[in-house]
Write a protein that binds this ligand. Structure first.
Ligand code: PLP
Ligand code: COI
Length: 355
């Protein structure tokens, strides 16, 4: 199917829930809009793009997505701009990463235009669901999974691409108490940490639960080999301001190439602040915390937005950072990002895709 022939059949939900939805009580990922997008891959092509009422779908219990995890997803957001227009933030970056995940999991790629246009069509249908309050948006969850009904451990020949949308508010509501994870591993060299594979998130659940039982809000993943270098923070990239420089782990096999990370780096360079993308050791962060040179630390992600770290724990030693409310850098990043997304300042990088 080519872009020119992208023809999306729309079946309207006859029992919309929008009017009954309380936007002041949104819990991330619990409220779904009235419609969803579905497309099928079979015989070597994408077809049957449809927007249908949100609801259950019938599937064979033998699909390899359920047994072997041949499944992955993306996360992005649409915003209601201050003049009422609707924009999606950097969908081209998500489309590119979608296809990187697809390649790694032996799944078919989806041409960037089909990804973007089909998502824009769904957002257009759901535009009244986009919250207007500050720090609120429409979370977009594209995903793909294998649908061949047999148990062979081989790539499926059929797939479904689907997109769900959820109105959301802030993911974190307070500064995070985090710890360096030095036992469990999220991803190893040669693995698929850089892909948004479903299995990466299943494997993170036990370490996350343990960290929460210990009183932490999030963990900072460290390298699989030595557990000496910071990699990511939960489901977000991690960034540190040390001695006036923005320092963040460089992307590699084990690290998701975050859209928010890339955006923060671009803004930081615009401002003339030095940026270092490289390996960052726990020792360097701990030393900087002790000497007062660690003036900011935060997670950067679509769901997480800019999530300030309040304190970092390493092997039982707690390092408390300055009050996030007083931090110049992460507040500037957070506010600038919001201003661009809500159309309050010029989008000089062309990041807003207008629907
Ligand atoms: N790292 C992981 C493991 C994630 O799940 C996410 C969330 O998508 C990120 C980083 C941040 O990526 P992005 O800014 O593209 O949302
Ligand atoms: C996102 O930020 O879009 C993510 O994928 C995080 C999610 C697992 C909640």
């Amino acid at each position: 199917m080519t872009t020119e022939t992208l023809d999306i059949k729309i079946t309207k939900n006859t029992q919309p829930r929008l009017a009954q939805t309380d936007f002041s009580k949104l819990v991330f990922g619990h409220t779904f809009t009235d419609h969803m997008l579905v497309a099928d891959y079979a015989d070597g092509e994408w077809k049957n793009f449809q927007i249908i009422p949100y609801g259950e779908i019938g599937l064979s219990p033998a699909i390899s997505a359920l047994h072997y995890g041949q499944a992955f997803f993306e996360g992005m957001k649409a915003y209601r701009q201050q003049d009422g227009q609707v924009s999606i933030f950097r969908p081209d970056k998500n489309a590119a990463r979608f296809n990187k995940s697809a390649q790694r999991l032996c799944m078919p790629e989806l041409p960037v235009e089909l990804f973007t246009q089909s998502i824009a069509a769904l957002v257009d249908v759901e535009r009244d669901w986009i919250p207007t309050a500050e720090n609120h948006s429409l979370y977009i969850r594209p995903f793909m999974f294998a649908t061949d009904p047999y148990l062979g451990v081989v790539p499926s020949s059929t797939y479904k691409f689907m997109v769900l949308t959820c109105p959301v508010g802030p993911y974190f509501t307070k500064p995070l108490r985090v710890k360096f994870e030095t036992h469990f591993t999220r991803a190893a060299e040669g693995g698929f940490g850089y892909a948004k594979a479903a299995g990466n998130y299943a494997g993170a659940m036990l370490p996350n639960r343990r960290a929460m039982e210990e009183g932490f809000d999030q963990l900072i993943w460290t390298d699989a080999k030595e557990h000496l270098y910071a990699e990511e923070m939960g489901a977000a990239n991690v960034m540190f301001l040390i001695d006036g420089k923005l320092i963040t782990p460089s992307t590699r096999d084990t690290i998701l190439d975050g859209v928010t990370r890339d955006t923060v780096i671009a803004l930081t360079k615009d401002w003339g602040v030095p940026v270092e993308e490289r390996r960052v050791s726990i020792a360097e962060i701990v030393d900087a915390a002790k000497s007062g040179k660690l003036t900011d630390a935060f997670g950067a992600g679509t769901a997480a937005t800019i999530a300030p770290v309040g304190s970092i724990n390493y092997n039982g030693e707690e390092y408390t950072l300055s009050d996030p409310a007083t931090r110049e850098y992460s507040n500037k990043v957070f506010n600038t990002l919001n201003d661009i997304r809500y159309g309050r300042t010029a989008d000089t990088h062309g990041w807003n895709y207008m629907v």
